[in-house]
Design a protein around this ligand. Structure first.
Ligand code: AMP
Ligand code: GLY
Length: 438
């Protein structure tokens, strides 16, 4: 019998994160029809993909929301949030899960985030901000600096290309020159942030926020570099696992009290209440946890381990956040279970990639008990074979769960071994940092 309280949902995005969200949403008794835009062959299992909707045309999205009677729009990636899609839909009376453009500045502008942290005494690296017309001042600052490495960052969204860890003056000068001259980053590097290098281990902490309060959702560890042992260039993320032993339950209480709650209070104080997922990228330093960056959405691949570990209904949690009723719900996570996600990527990633390769073994891998396979850079071939082929850098997320971290890692790699496509690359050390700590 259909649930009378069920409503239609529009999920925006096309990554492994959105496939995991679609999978999580599909379990909810509150879900009516799910639409995913643009979606991928994985999200099509749970809903109707809408590849033709132009997400940057807010009017078009609002028309779709009205015409399909959408009760909730969930925005996966950062760009539409920073661009103000939430503001546009909310102004027209629609419900949206994801912060307004003002609140999304926490991710969209590093100088905004740093100024906020300074004003509200939230622990982060010491820093200086330089405007576009102050490049000479930035160069002087770098040439007079004595403690290395130093971190140079573009202010805005730069798709992972805007952060430089510089070991000496030459590298810092090169980074400044790159940011000043790269046309692709011209808006992102309208300002630059130069900050102290923090030593330690990184962890991602996720909280769900309703504008006034925040509840802890999960903590996970990402693997940003392309190669084993954190070598090679940065990527969108090559794997994740949770819970990461680098932080204890006690540490999480401290992080909620000293970082997450003060951030949510600060945004409310500034008149830009934060609603949605607050993702704090933290460095666990010898002086305690410090903020490396904020993101205003679920991480990818962290989402692929968070959603399977969540016991409470995802839609119920999201609606509680929207209606400022977070305090009335308990968020239950799997106890004594570890989750590991290994990303399978195309040859050449994170630089230019070769695509259109047939992918074999998804069904066989997903048939293993306690294994899920989420799709991101995939599409259906246009020939008569109609097979799944690669279409981007990050292709699949292979997720496994077990009572031990070692067990979840082993199972994830057992599933990976069943999948193949030409040029497939993946890291073989996902979760190893966690194993070394246990
Ligand atoms: P971001 O985009 O700001 O998260 O930076 C990308 C990556 O650069 C982070 O995940 C860190 O690994 C590294 N990073 C950024 N800022 C710092 C810092 N101040 N100290 C050490 N590493 C950093
Ligand atoms: N996993 C990193 C990110 O989503 O930004």
């Amino acid at each position: 019998m259909p649930n009378e309280e069920a409503f239609n949902v529009l999920l925006i995005g096309s990554g492994g994160r959105e496939h995991a969200l679609a999978w999580g949403l599909s379990k909810s008794p509150l879900l009516g029809q799910l639409y995913v835009s643009p979606g991928n062959p994985g999200t099509a299992i749970y809903g109707i993909n809408v590849p033709d909707l132009n997400i940057s045309d807010h009017e078009q999205v609002a028309d779709f929301v009205s015409s399909q009677n959408i009760g909730l729009t969930i925005i996966g990636p950062e760009q539409p949030l920073v661009d103000g899609l939430t503001d546009f839909l909310e102004d027209r009376g629609h419900f949206v899960f994801g912060p307004t453009s003002g609140a999304a500045q926490l991710e969209g502008s590093k100088s905004f985030a740093k100024d906020l942290m300074q004003k509200y005494e939230i622990p982060t690296a010491a820093f200086e901000i330089f405007d576009r017309n102050e490049w000479n001042k930035a160069s002087d600052y770098v040439s007079q600096n004595e403690t290395w490495p130093l971190v140079v960052k573009a202010d805005g969204l730069a798709g992972g290309k805007g952060v430089f860890i510089c070991k000496d003056k030459t590298e810092a000068a090169d980074a400044l020159e790159f940011l000043q001259n790269d046309p692709g980053l011209s808006t992102a590097s309208y300002r630059i942030v130069i900050e102290e290098f923090m030593e330690g281990e990184e962890v991602s902490v996720f909280a769900i926020c309703d504008g006034n309060s925040a509840k802890f959702l999960a903590q996970a560890q990402d693997h940003k570099r392309i190669f084993d042992e954190d070598k090679g260039p940065n990527t969108g993320g090559m794997g994740a696992y949770l819970p990461a032993p680098v932080v204890s339950d006690h540490d999480i209480s401290h992080i909620m009290r000293e970082i997450v709650e003060p951030t949510v209070n600060a945004m409310a104080e500034e008149g830009m209440p934060f609603k949605g997922i607050l993702y704090c990228g933290l460095m666990i330093t010898k002086n305690g946890p410090k903020v490396v960056e904020y993101n205003c959405r679920f991480g990818d691949p962290e989402c692929q381990v968070i959603i399977p570990s969540l016991k409470t209904d995802l839609l119920e949690i999201m609606m509680a956040a929207i209606h400022q009723k977070l305090e009335y719900i308990d968020i239950e996570l799997s106890q004594n279970q570890f989750f590991t996600c290994v990303i399978l990527a195309s040859e050449g990633y994170p630089r230019s990639v070769k695509t259109g390769k047939e992918i074999k073994g998804i069904k066989e891998a997903a048939a293993l008990e306690n294994v899920l396979v989420f799709q991101s850079g995939t599409s259906m071939s246009s020939d008569e074979n109609n097979v799944v082929i690669t279409s981007a850098g990050r292709v699949l997320s292979v997720v496994a769960t077990d009572e031990t971290l070692a067990g979840s890692i082993n199972l994830a790699y057992e599933a990976v071994a069943k999948i193949s496509f030409e040029g497939m690359q993946y890291r073989t050390d996902i979760g190893l940092k966690g194993l070394r700590r246990l």
